[in-house]
Design a binder for this molecule. Sequence first.
Ligand code: F0G
Length: 359
Amino acid sequence: MTETVRGMAARPRLVERYRRFLPITDATPALTLGEGFTPLVHLRRLGERYGLPNLHAKVEGQNPTGSFKDRGMVVAVSKALEDGSQAVICASTGNTSASAAAYAAAAGIECIVVLPKGRIAAGKLLQALVAGARVVAIDGNFDDALRIVRELAAEGGRSVTLVNSVNPHRLEGQKTAAFEVCDDLGRAPDALAIPVGNAGNISAWWAGFCEYRAAGIVDTAPRMLGFQAAGAAPFVAGHPIDHPETIATAIRIGNPASWAKAAAARDESGGRIDSVTDDEILDAWRDLARVEGIFCEPSSGAGVAGVRKLAAAGELSAELIVCVLTGAGLKDPATAERAVAPITEAHPTADAVRSALRW
Ligand code: F0G
């Protein structure tokens, strides 16, 4: 038996709530895994440490497959179904494939994934495999994989849909995160900090803020602060990187597909795209867990690492800042395991445990 609290509206589907801003029509199949409506958390303790009293996190790891990709994937796969597709195909550093596999399974269509061999966090790869995706690992990086799936999708005609963020429906869905932040705050933030890989997400968030401002729902739009890993920072270099390297495998991308859109978001918003080192990323990632209780995946630490760096340089202080934590911590158990001390062991007695704890 279900009981609802009187006066509390049932939670709507994400695409219904923001339908007026999305390419959803009565002909679009209703598909959902419960995506969106993720928490916006005030990082009081971390903000105090960094000298940023108004620091917030949008916890996108709480989406159904554990990353922000679900917001765009629900729209892209719904539209693929509407168009009569029998399969979706994508390249991925992991999260896109986990999301595509889940939504394809729910839609009853096939999912094909091409990804860089040995460079996908275990949790993400298992999500795609268990959901029944057909996965091919290549001796190459994400940029190679994206080139290959673009070619295959072009040959496949209408029956296979490319669901990387070059599919415009992906960005349409992803912009709903910006709407939610504005709805929760009752205004737009002053700055939005976000990791940048293939550069679709920063472009989608910027589109969302601009559409809310154009609709008169908010008066302003934030400065967009994108952060890349130092070894995979084509925006900072000003040209593609042939051999991107970073511990943050989700954003190990050298030739972002949405380069022009992200550069426009940066310039129109008066923002910037900067880089942070792997050590800075891991420090922020650890801080989020230890100081705030939020376990995200390493690449999600890039935005927090970036605002910490800008605060230390005196470029950020009391502004209302939102950091996007793009994926969940359990995605990448191997990196987490390397970052923590080994477990203390003891005999099964209170005395032994007491001495192991040095009580
Ligand atoms: N954070 C996470 C956890 C990601 O998985 C990605 C991208 C990004 C940030 C960067 O977003 O590419 O829109 O700039 N992951 C893609 C994938 C590339 O295949 O899962 P972006």
